[in-house]
Design a protein around this ligand. Structure first.
Ligand code: GLN
Length: 202
């Protein structure tokens, strides 16, 4: 199995380390030809406007759209924004999106006053992939200027919300996965295992 990580900007190295820790071949994607032969793609956190514009200028936006139409992809934080069909509070003039997930994200849901925070999330679906060496119970999630999912289409599975019926912060729709937080920064491999199982089942 070979997984690519979009490496234009942002936290791509951390995803590569997590994939390697799971014994999976991981490669950096910067050019359209780097998508060839991949079984899945991770779009990391960073700055979604910058990443979208870089993708456009490297001629990667259309190849990314074609790839994610049929093959498994996971967007974390800025990556979730890029995989959303709709984003609110975009920069003036909008921003290029890859799309695919039938959701609306609010880019700036938590505002400036909480730049980053951590939360323990109850994610029942992770029990399906957990190994004996994994942490048990909630997933300790790190949010950095995070978006939230404010609308979901009928085929979108809500994987978790912030505690107390808070906003939706992880979703799956078929072969696409999106998390508003950064599992590559947590000391927990369960979300990476979950994505790899989606890739295997494809
Ligand atoms: N809010 C950022 C954006 O709009 C995402 C932040 C992140 O990926 N940590 O791109």
């Amino acid at each position: 199995m070979k997984i690519g990580v979009l490496a234009l900007q942002g936290a791509f190295r951390e995803h590569i380390l997590k994939l390697q820790a799971l014994g999976v071949q991981a490669s950096e994607v910067r050019l359209p030809e780097h998508l060839q032969g991949l079984d899945g793609l991770i779009i990391p956190g960073g700055e979604s406007t910058t990443m979208g514009k870089l993708a456009e200028s490297f001629g990667l936006l259309e190849p990314l759209k074609s790839f994610t139409r049929h093959q498994p992809a996971w967007g974390t934080c800025a990556g979730l924004i890029l995989l959303a069909n709709r984003a609110v509070r975009q920069k003036k003039g909008g921003q290029p999106l890859i799309g695919g997930l039938d959701i609306t994200v609010d880019r700036n849901f938590f505002g400036r006053q909480v730049d980053s925070f951590e939360a323990d999330l109850d994610v029942p679906a992770l029990a399906e992939v957990a190994q004996p060496e994994d942490p048990e119970g909630p997933f300790h999630a790190i949010f950095i200027r995070a978006p939230a999912v404010v609308e979901v289409g009928p085929n979108v599975q809500v994987l978790t919300r912030l505690p107390g019926q808070g906003p939706i912060v992880a979703v799956r729709e078929g072969h696409l996965l999106g998390t508003a937080f950064h599992p590559e920064l947590s000391n927990d491999l369960r979300f990476h295992r979950f994505f790899l199982r989606m890739v295997r089942e494809r």
